[in-house]
Ligand binder design. Structure first.
Ligand code: G6P
Length: 368
């Protein structure tokens, strides 16, 4: 039957809260004891993955941000060079395809016109094979790809993508583990990632419990016209996704920067009217991020930091800190997406916009 909002005020909020369940669904039957099951990608996957010497990822919108995260993961854990591009650029240029390149599309709907056209273009370019990571079974993208992995998020009604994104990331971590396995990734590293993935739905549920705290933060944004999101490494695409969510549903202009680029331009914009949101899990980049945050504070910018409970980053004048439970470094991009989804949701509700159907946007862009 037609999807229902249940007790939730908006589909978007319902879909945010479904994430522990759908991430578990995306993992179901795809993990072995200490490694990912390569056959989840299809019976020919193992032979094809062995031949894969690089990966090209193509997608649009939020799905593109998932692809950007996957580049960090695949290069780090599978040791394979990766290119990521938006479909509307990729399909119109003279792409060079080295031998043994796996072509990967990411799409919630499987019907996005540019992504589908990119796949059709790629089929003529001598790729090793095409893989679609998609949420809609039987969609055009799924029917026309050699290999498929369904994200199992269930129907997503809110135009702003939430659970489709975190299940794409989950699927991309499975791809990282599958490629890592055939490329000889250290078995202990594989086993640690598998254990971390099994714990992920529970951690996501704990982050959702921060909702009242995040709702309280949202007041600081409702009257603002701009916001700046910062992240480093695989959290940079999460900063981009946080900025996209805020733009889409609250109509506040938002930008995202890798924190190290702050001094090359956006610092000039920082003042008390420009809230700065930063995602700071506990990884090797944290010390660098801390000094970036000081640069913002020194200019009167109001800071909102989502940080690991172990980083020792305390609230201070002009710095609000929300602590997230500790997570395996590799999975931080998934966990840190949630507070940014909740933040933009609450800001949009405060502003009174049409959260599930933002102006000028469509759930699935099937025209060019
Ligand atoms: C539209 C939607 C976005 C989505 C993008 C790509 O712009 O509003 O939420 O990320 O299309 O859609 P896809 O179905 O290919 O993931």
């Amino acid at each position: 039957g037609a999807a229902s909002k249940g007790d939730y005020r908006h589909f978007m909020l319902k879909e945010i809260h479904e994430q522990p369940m759908v991430i578990a669904a995306a993992l179901e039957g795809r993990l072995g004891e200490r490694s990912a099951l390569v056959e989840s990608f299809g019976p020919e996957a193992e032979a094809l993955f062995r031949q894969a010497s690089q990966v090209h990822i193509v997608a649009c919108g939020t799905s593109y941000h998932a692809g950007m995260v996957a580049r960090y993961w695949l290069e780090r854990y599978a040791g394979i060079p990766v290119q990521v591009e938006v479909a509307s650029e990729y399909r119109y240029r003279q792409v060079v395809v080295p031998e043994g390149t796996l072509f990967v599309t990411l799409s919630q709907s499987g019907e996005t016109a540019d992504t589908l056209a990119a796949l059709r273009f790629a089929r003529e370019r001598g790729y090793l094979a095409s893989l679609a990571i998609c949420n809609v079974p039987g969609s055009s993208l799924v029917r026309e790809s050699d290999l498929t992995l369904m994200t199992q998020a269930g129907p997503e009604i809110g135009v702003a993508s939430t659970k489709a994104f975190t299940t794409q990331l989950t699927a991309l971590m499975l791809l990282t583990l599958a490629l890592g396995r055939v490329k000889g990734l250290d078995e202990r590293v594989q086993a640690d990632l598998v254990t971390a993935l099994r714990g992920l739905p529970g951690l996501v549920a704990r982050v959702l419990e921060l909702d009242p705290e995040i709702e309280a933060l949202s007041m600081a944004f409702a009257e603002k016209h701009h916001a700046l999101f910062l992240g480093r490494g695989a959290l940079f695409p999460i900063a981009l996704e946080g900025a996209l969510k805020l733009k889409e549903i609250s109509y506040i202009h938002a930008e995202a920067y890798p924190a190290g680029e702050l001094k090359h331009g956006p610092l000039a914009l920082v003042d008390s009217e420009m809230p700065v949101i930063s995602v700071a899990p506990n990884d090797e980049l944290l010390d660098k991020l801390k000094s970036n945050l000081q640069e913002v504070r020194a200019r009167g910018g109001e800071l909102f930091v989502f940080a690991d409970e172990g980083v020792g980053l305390e609230e201070a004048d002009g710095i609000r800190v929300i602590h997230l439970p500790h997570v395996h470094e590799a999975l931080a991009p998934i966990l840190y997406t949630l507070p940014l989804q909740l933040l933009s949701y609450h800001v949009a509700v405060l502003k009174g916009t049409d959260v599930d159907q933002p102006r000028n946007l469509a759930k699935s862009v099937t025209v060019e």
